[in-house]
Design a protein around this ligand. Structure first.
Ligand code: ZN
Length: 276
């Protein structure tokens, strides 16, 4: 399945093929033509989940969308997911902490936005706690991750800062285990993952001069006005589209392991599948 979406979360094209890569050229050139016919400027950045860069200098994606000169960037969620191959299991109790810290190695919150949100939350707390001022810990506990995403911008750290932050994180979790002694990190695999992924730190950088956030409204909190922001970075709007795709394809869920030696009835006919 190949999907293309825009910064508004609209799906521009979705193609299901039996083999990966078939017809991509026509798909992408079709989108280029639609933009041209509609008089729309070419996108400033294209976020992808693979093929972000190439040894030859021009990424495969940039070629597919020629003559656009958009910056090609790697979606950070997909970059982070590649580190799963260096872990012993995603069900490790330290997995969530690792992912949160990895994300913090890549992104930095805008301190002015965070300060504004904290002031609003402080005022809200005071009015509901008879004028008492919360401690910093109490205040931070009232701010949900959805709230910080709605009101605060993030930007990517520079390449070298990212490199040393992720190296430091890997060092700090290298020997960590759960209570049964199971390591979080699979050493050889993680060495390989990190060696390969370092070349993509450049591909994660926010493109210079591109406004990745749009103000879509405001709301009142604690008597202060806060901006509601929408982020156009990455391909997360397509991720939610992925979750709906299973529903598009009707029929019995079947795979060869589950249906071996069992009978499935479709339209009154019986079929017996046997695993060869
Ligand atoms: Zn890359």
């Amino acid at each position: 399945m190949s999907n293309i979406g825009n910064e508004f979360g609209q799906v521009l094209n979705s193609v299901l093929t039996a083999g990966e890569g078939a017809g991509l050229e026509e798909l992408c050139q079709g989108v280029v033509t639609r933009y041209r016919n509609a008089g729309q400027p070419e996108p400033e950045a294209i976020y992808v989940d693979r093929d972000c860069c190439s040894q030859s200098g021009v990424s495969a994606v940039a070629k597919l969308f020629r003559p656009w000169r958009s910056a090609v960037r790697l979606d950070s969620f997909h970059f982070m997911r590649r580190f799963n191959c260096g872990l012993t299991t995603e069900h490790h109790p330290l997995y969530g902490t690792f992912c949160a810290k990895l994300s913090a190695c890549i992104f930095l919150w805008d301190q002015e936005d965070v300060q504004r949100l904290k002031e609003a939350k402080r005022a809200e707390w005071k009015s509901s706690h008879s004028g008492h001022t919360p401690t910093d810990d109490q205040l931070m506990a009232t701010i949900s991750s959805a709230e910080i995403k709605r009101h605060c911008r993030r930007r990517t750290r520079g390449v070298e800062e990212m490199r040393s932050s992720i190296s430091g994180l890997l060092e700090s979790v290298w020997e960590l285990t759960d209570t049964t002694g199971l390591r979080l990190v699979s050493h050889d695999s993680m060495r390989h993952v990190w060696e390969v992924q370092q070349k993509h730190l450049e591909c994660l950088q926010d493109p210079a001069g591109v406004a990745l956030y749009t103000k879509v409204g405001t709301l009142q909190k604690g008597g202060k006005e806060l901006d509601i922001l929408r982020c156009g970075r990455g391909s997360s709007s397509l991720e939610s589209f992925h979750r709906h795709q299973c529903a598009f394809i009707p029929g019995t869920f079947a795979c060869v392991v589950i249906i071996q030696n069992s009978t499935i009835t479709t339209d009154g006919y019986s079929y017996v599948f046997t695993l060869q």
